[in-house]
Ligand binder design. Structure first.
Ligand SMILES: Nc1ncnc2c1ncn2[C@@H]1O[C@H](COP(=O)(O)OP(=O)(O)OP(=O)(O)O)[C@@H](O)[C@H]1O
Length: 277
């Protein structure tokens, strides 16, 4: 069974079409990233999958169930980390995670979750006293305490410092290694590249490209840029066969500052968005 199956999903707000026929399949155990500019329709799509918004058209199955008619048992298998951070509650981190653990039939241990999220030192601190990045980690803790089969992460690392981001990536990898399916929405292309097995780019409510981070948008077939300096100055060559270009340059000799640059995921993404947005 696929964890997520979406066919022809549509959502309109007033006269504005936010999601204009999205098809999406995410297999069990996959980490799948949804990329796209502000207003592309990512949150609308994921909130329909989470059962928080009604759709206007299309077929949706999440863990085999239509989220529009799902019950509490289904909800217990879903973990959600929303874009907005947890309210500055008067509870401590341990109390808050403990309270959420009580909502689920088979929760993880409270201290295990706190440790996984790098919050051990702050376990006894009130949430209202935490920094933005630490609060975000509490959101993640609340999203995973129920041992979800499917975890939605909506821009999870916004406001994280680089070290904490890396720790968070390790956490996502360990959840994925345990078999958790993860749908990740992010604006950080390095994050998508580091974590996702597959990804889709959404623009103006439509999927404009889908693939692995290496192949999406024809990235693996796009020309590379070979640059070098010789007696004639600096040169740049766009070529689909950079190995041959470098071999020929090496045979010529007296070449310095040789560089081969493959298109980055960001190059491909910006190209896709520029063309379709
Ligand atoms: N509740 C709402 N009422 C009216 N319009 C909405 C509502 N929610 C979203 N929209 C509109 O739908 C479109 C898609 O919004 P959505 O929040 O899904 O985008 P997004 O890709 O998640 O953007 P971001 O990257 O900024 O989070 C936008 O044009 C937005 O203004």
């Amino acid at each position: 069974m696929n964890a997520i199956e979406v066919r022809g999903l549509r959502k309109t707000y007033g006269g504005h079409t936010a999601v204009a026929g999205v098809d999406l399949t995410v297999a069990e155990g996959e980490v799948f990233a949804l990329l796209g500019p502000n207003g592309a329709g990512k949150t609308t799509t994921t909130e329909i999958l989470e059962g928080y918004r009604r759709r206007d058209g299309g077929e949706v199955r999440v863990l085999g169930v239509d989220p529009a008619t799902a019950d509490r048992r289904w909800r217990a298998d879903i973990g959600i980390v929303l874009q907005t951070a947890t309210d500055a509650a008067d509870l401590t981190v341990r109390e808050m995670v403990g309270q959420f653990a009580g909502y689920y039939p088979d929760p993880r241990g409270v201290d295990e979750v706190i440790d996984l999220c790098g919050l051990t030192e702050k376990a006894g601190a009130r949430i209202s006293s935490l920094s933005g990045g630490q609060r975000r980690r509490v959101d993640v803790a609340l999203g995973i305490v129920g041992r979800p089969k499917l975890l939605f992460l909506d821009e999870p690392t916004t406001g994280f410092d680089p070290e904490v981001r890396r720790q968070f990536w390790d956490l996502v990898r360990s959840l994925a290694a345990e078999g958790t399916t993860i749908l990740l929405t992010t604006h950080y292309l390095d994050e998508a590249e580091a974590l996702a097995g597959r990804l889709a780019v959404i623009a103006a409510g439509r999927i404009v490209a889908e693939g692995t981070p290496r192949t999406v948008g024809g990235r693996d077939r796009a020309p590379a840029t070979v640059s070098w300096v010789d007696a004639g100055g600096q040169h740049h060559l766009n070529t689909t066969d950079p190995v041959r270009a470098v071999t020929e340059l090496a045979a010529r000799g007296r070449v310095s500052e040789l560089q081969v640059r493959q298109p980055s995921l960001e190059d491909v993404y910006l190209n896709l968005i520029g063309a379709k947005a």
